[in-house]
Design a protein around this ligand. Sequence first.
Ligand code: BGC
Length: 742
Amino acid sequence: MFQKKLFFIMLTAVFLGCTQTKDPVEGKIDELLSKMTLQEKIGQMNQLTGTGLSNDMVSQIKSGKVGSILNELDLKTTNELQRLAVKESRLGIPIIFARDVIHGFKTIFPIPLGQAATWNPQLVESGARVAAKEATATGIRWTFAPMIDIARDPRWGRIAESCGEDPYLTSQMGAAMIRGFQGKNLSDPTSLAACAKHFAGYGATESGKDYNTTWIPELQLRDVYLPPFKVAVETGVASFMCSFNDINGVPSSGNEFLNRQILRKEWNYSGLLVSDWASIEQMIKHGVCTDLKDAARKALKAGVDMDMMSYAYINQAEGLVKSGAISEKQIDDAVRNILRLKFRLGLFDHPYIKEQAKMPFYTEDALRKAKQAVIESAILLKNEKDILPLTDAIKSVAVIGPLSDAPADQLGTWCFDAEPSHSVTPLAAIKNSYGAKVKVITEKGLTYSRDRSPQGIAKAVNAAKKADVILLFVGEEAVLSGEAHCRADICLPGAQPELVTALKKTGKPVVMIVMAGRPLTIGKQVEEADAVLYAFQGGTMAGPGLADLIFGKAVPSGKLPVTLPRMVGQVPIYYAHKMTGRPAEKICLIDNIPVGAAQTSLGNTSYHLDAGDSPLFPFGFGLSYTSFNYSSVKISKNKMSEGQTLDVTCNITNAGKYDGAEVAQLYIRDVVGSLARPVRELKGFQKINLKAGETKTVRFTLTSDQLAFWNADMVKRTEPGEFQVWISTDSQSGKPVTFNYI
Ligand code: BGC
């Protein structure tokens, strides 16, 4: 009996042993690694920006000193650089070419924040696939996207690149982008390796100023900032990038806790970790390293595999190994991660990119998907007297505003490779598609978003007087958001507020379309306008998508992926906040306080005297041309315990005249916890199409794990007690039902 058991154990061990060494890629990596000199290994860890076929680049490649090149865009040059690596370096290891392909390469989709507003992961995935097909045709096989930093501060310019404030929505959107970029198989020549960035906490930057310090308690880090990155690992993301910021004094490029403990040990991640641009060197400026050698040592110890543009590894790593400060095993581990990606991408077998007679840019399919993304990313915030969609009674429109015909600005931030000449602006689209139906009067008023010219406003008013409806395209130029483009005041720039007021005074209905890179504080303008569509920056097809919404060929279905504040001083303001011990009650705003009122007269609750306690519009909000009625929520049982699931359902009826799509949102609240918990947390969403008059049942399955949070002992646990659950149209409405976790 015992012998039989032993035999079985041995057999299992042999079998496991075989399966473990079976992965052919690991074998190939070992074989290659065994042939590499220390310098060649360090060369693989060096990423440089493209300098064409410069003598320096050529000689570095030939001597095996370059593992990756970013920003090389000429296909002939790329192939020649690759040939040098493959044919003229000693070991012939191919280079991986990288680029920031963020929301499109040639065909530009809405900025990521706009894509998140679609709440449609399939559509977002298809957008990333389009970007991958276009970018890989020029030799790029690695993109530095998606950016899945949680962004709760609209002053931060990079909120444009984010999927907004919520960990769940960001996780879903990030995963969709990863699937789209990477395709079914990384070795497919149209697959782009994705990069989950920036690891981590970059969005918590103090005062919304880029690169600034962050203070993030471990609990909050794990509960809010890390979940999208963990989902990225589970989705199979090929690479990670360190963030620029320090967390509690430790810059990410030297953060062993983040990069080794969490990423490698807890999440078992075996992909590549690249620094951000010169972020290793910048640890000197942060004041945590004495010199480049110290910075290289810290980054290597923290497990950063590849050095983007610090020249720290290439110049310092060898000395560090020789002095014993860093072991050669640490170098080997980094090189393994780099070679693994190169093998997975098939670069050893197919290092070159075929030149195509006709580049696969701006295909009909790509433009159609980009337009659909515009349609689904626009959020209808207001629609007084159902002014939208415009009816046949409207015979003339005045197209006004700095964003009405701004081909470059509608593309948004981070599109180095885009060609504004391919942008279809709102003005062009309205003229082309609806010009036969309505007379189009045009006058920009302000020529760009910061323009303050009073003459422009006067001209716009004159034009508006001649039309039945004003279509006013306001917002921000592309350059006002994105990396290092932060604002302390997030109002509509320039004289745009005056433009809105002046147009309102004409008495004509004002339809305001906001094309911006962030949430703007537009309370007054929302009051003045009759209808408001918040469109972010929609990319190449912004015009046709918006025109179809305005004229009713499409129905809005976008929902806010981020809270719109009334005033910048409310920031950070997000729906998943905690309750204070003195929640806001009987809000008395500043102008209503009686002169000479006693200090305690307002009741001592939590709100701002000038802004109150509510946002302008909450997370998840978005109207439609039709209306949706939610029935009360039903749950499959009122008690659940570990390992169990709970079905949550409700009926949604399209009670209006138009067919439309609604995003049903599932929220929970842990009513009493060992730690105070958010008033609501998003745990699921479904976008459903409903014909006018149609009713559908939405069903969510909540698992006990989804109720868990990180407690004070740093353990993720679901605590017994009462929970509330909602299915609602946004983060503030709906009635919850209650169940108990036992
Ligand atoms: C940004 C990254 C980007 C990198 C390479 C950095 O400045 O922070 O997001 O991927 O540059 O362009």
